[in-house]
Design a protein around this ligand. Sequence first.
Ligand SMILES: C[S@@+](CC[C@H](N)C(=O)[O-])C[C@H]1O[C@@H](n2cnc3c(N)ncnc32)[C@H](O)[C@@H]1O
Length: 239
Amino acid sequence: MSPSPALLATLGAILALLGFGAWWLLHVTEGAYVGPRFVVWLYDLSAARYDRIKDLRESEEAIDLGVPLAELLLADGMAGPDARVLDVATGTGRLPIALLSMPMFDGKVVGVDLSARMLELARAKLVVAEMADRVTLLHHPATPLPFDGRSFHAVCLLEALEFLPDSDACLAELYRVLVPGGHLLITQRIDRQARLMPGKAESREAFIRRLEKHGFVDMVRRPWTTLYDQVWACRPNER
Ligand SMILES: C[S@@+](CC[C@H](N)C(=O)[O-])C[C@H]1O[C@@H](n2cnc3c(N)ncnc32)[C@H](O)[C@@H]1O
């Protein structure tokens, strides 16, 4: 006996639903609703392909990240040998490499990430680029950060906020470890799929309001990729 059309339609609907669920869980949200261990496990699995998937090119990263950050720090007299920059969720070392390729930046970078595989790749790339002595890589979650308050002249968080278990706690930590007058570089996911991440993605206006709520000032949005805008901000100077 062949299955009835109603049964076939039901099976088809169940398969489509499962397919959509898997696409949403693994591709759109990268496991963010399951928890940090799952997110990091997915990054460990895909680390070797990360730079290729993202099509990361060091020359473009230098222009889009290294130049504006180094220029800001230089303008504020924070680009000398004592300058310290923190990159949370540093991944395969995109930000440290972009910044340290700038001759006007003489400082050091600390990169934090919870994926051991992503950090291994970052370490290998930094060695090849002869930058390893200027970067400390820490296998550590984004919150709480293991640093004293006011210890970095700039803090960065690229393409990661929406995957963290508590993004407000992370914003509070980024503010805490930044020196007064220091710079924040963060990204906001802006593609249409971001609408499928309730509670993890928000409107452009709401994101700026959230940064304000955490105390940041002087927000400047720079369109970057099809997925992310860069948002630059500062911790206010104290009088
Ligand atoms: C999309 S990648 C971004 C990497 C890098 N910032 C870049 O722009 O290429 C997200 C990174 O966040 C890290 N990550 C995810 N959850 C984390 C957590 N709770 N604590 C620290 N790092 C985390 C992942 O391991 C991964 O390296």
